[in-house]
Design a binder for this molecule. Structure first.
Ligand code: ADE
Length: 221
């Protein structure tokens, strides 16, 4: 079983992403265990302080190293981890290739950033990988952590009922997946492409490859 420990200053934001669909199924099947840790529980301070003003001045509070170090050390007492991943917009972007790699790696710690940032000593000394989910700034790393988990978990063998469906995802072979249709074959004046109704698997395959190429050229030239 793969263990994913997520460390967050606002753990309530992480409740719903794991309580439905494929991720909750993977948890129920015992394929993955997701543990959410509240950073405040690892503060040595009786006010449960986890952030403070930044040295040198400047607006915004910065997450302190001590509670993060306490939490990571506590987790490492019980498990080994392949990576300690920090979610932050100023990092290399998550790709399907990275998700593939992480899906077959060992246990993971995911650290969610918050507020103005995090003490740089955490990034320099405790974190082994930094990931962004895109060039935009969210209020914290919780939603990005959920995105990362979703992209990893669905790739673990046994999570999807039809394992081939993950292999045919967009990006798995560098191509965008072709369009798909379902019943009815005609809705108002909108028709499903004839070829998909032809029952000719060779023609259907050719059509899908052509559409996939066309889409890829437009979206990822
Ligand atoms: N935290 C805030 N914005 C983020 C982003 N785009 N990716 C990862 N972590 C983030």
């Amino acid at each position: 079983m793969k263990i994913i420990d997520i460390i967050s200053a606002t753990p309530e934001l992480l409740k719903s992403p794991f309580s439905g669909s494929i991720m909750s199924r993977a948890i129920e099947k015992g394929i993955v265990q997701i543990n959410i840790h509240d950073l405040k529980d690892f503060s040595n301070n009786n006010k449960k302080q986890i952030d403070d003003y930044q040295y040198g001045g400047g607006s915004g509070m910065v997450l302190m190293i001590e509670p993060i170090d306490n939490c990571i050390s506590h987790l490492k007492k019980s498990n080994d981890y392949s990576e300690v991943i920090f979610m932050t917009p100023d990092a290399k972007k998550l790709t399907q290739k990275i998700s593939n790699k992480l899906s077959i790696s060992g246990n993971l710690i995911i650290l969610c950033g918050h507020y103005k940032g995090i003490d740089q000593r955490v990034r320099d000394n405790l974190v082994t990988m930094e990931l962004s989910i895109g060039d935009y700034v969210l209020s914290g790393g919780e939603l990005p952590a959920a995105v990362l988990c979703d992209s990893i978990i669905r790739l673990i063998p046994g999570v999807l009922n039809d394992e081939t469906s993950a292999l045919e995802d967009s990006f798995q072979d560098g191509l965008i997946a072709p369009p798909v249709y379902t019943r009815p074959s005609k809705y108002k004046n909108l028709k499903v492409p004839e070829i998909l109704l032809s029952g000719d698997p060779k023609k259907v395959k050719e059509w899908r490859e052509k559409k996939s190429d066309e889409k890829t050229k437009v979206i990822k030239p």
